[in-house]
Design a protein around this ligand. Structure first.
Ligand SMILES: Cc1cc2nc3c(=O)[nH]c(=O)nc-3n(C[C@H](O)[C@H](O)[C@H](O)COP(=O)(O)O)c2cc1C
Length: 156
């Protein structure tokens, strides 16, 4: 499971998903890290974030992943300005062996709108992954029912 998180919500969701999947199989957590992380001060006024989101830029990240040895990919991102966080954009771009892989995607946002999954879905579909579940969460409020749905989607 790979995720980026700035203020901790996406990370909390990632850990809850990891926990619920424990009985099914091992889930490796991979935190996407930027080579030059955005400053944490005044996030909403950060021109670099606004610019990168607006122009769908792909800022450099520290490391990427080859999916060959994994059965499935779970990927999470915060929503910034109606789209995924730019480092997640970079991560997916560099992702190898995603073709045909089962994938679960989740996004965290202030509003929790269903349509916020679209940017991550489209990006991953462009790599040929097979999305089995897409989830939009308000902040870190994922419920048991949704966690169970993720388990079911990965089992089938
Ligand atoms: C720069 C910035 C832009 C954001 N844009 C949106 C947005 O367009 N829609 C929304 O619902 N929430 C937006 N949010 C709220 C975040 O998506 C939300 O706080 C999310 O849980 C953050 O995830 P994180 O704690 O893993 O970083 C924005 C937050 C920041 C800092």
């Amino acid at each position: 499971m790979a995720y980026y998180s700035k203020t901790g919500n996406t990370e909390k969701i990632a850990k809850k998903i990891q926990k619920v999947l424990e009985p099914i199989g091992k889930v490796e957590l991979f935190k996407i890290e930027m080579a030059n992380e955005y400053s944490s001060r005044l996030l909403h006024l950060n021109p670099r974030i606004t610019f990168d989101c607006l122009f769908r830029r792909k800022p450099e990240i520290k490391a990427t992943k080859n999916l060959e040895k994994y059965d499935a990919l779970i990927i999470g991102s915060p929503i910034w300005y109606f789209t995924i966080a730019p480092p997640v954009n970079t991560f997916i771009d560099k992702l190898e062996k995603a073709k045909g892989k089962k994938a679960v995607i989740f996004v965290s946002s202030g509003m929790g709108r269903e349509k916020f999954t679209k940017s991550l879905q489209e990006k991953l579909l462009s790599k040929g992954a097979k999305i089995v579940k897409s989830i939009s969460i308000k902040l870190d409020r994922i419920d048991q029912g949704t966690l169970q749905e993720i388990c079911d989607a990965l089992k089938s």
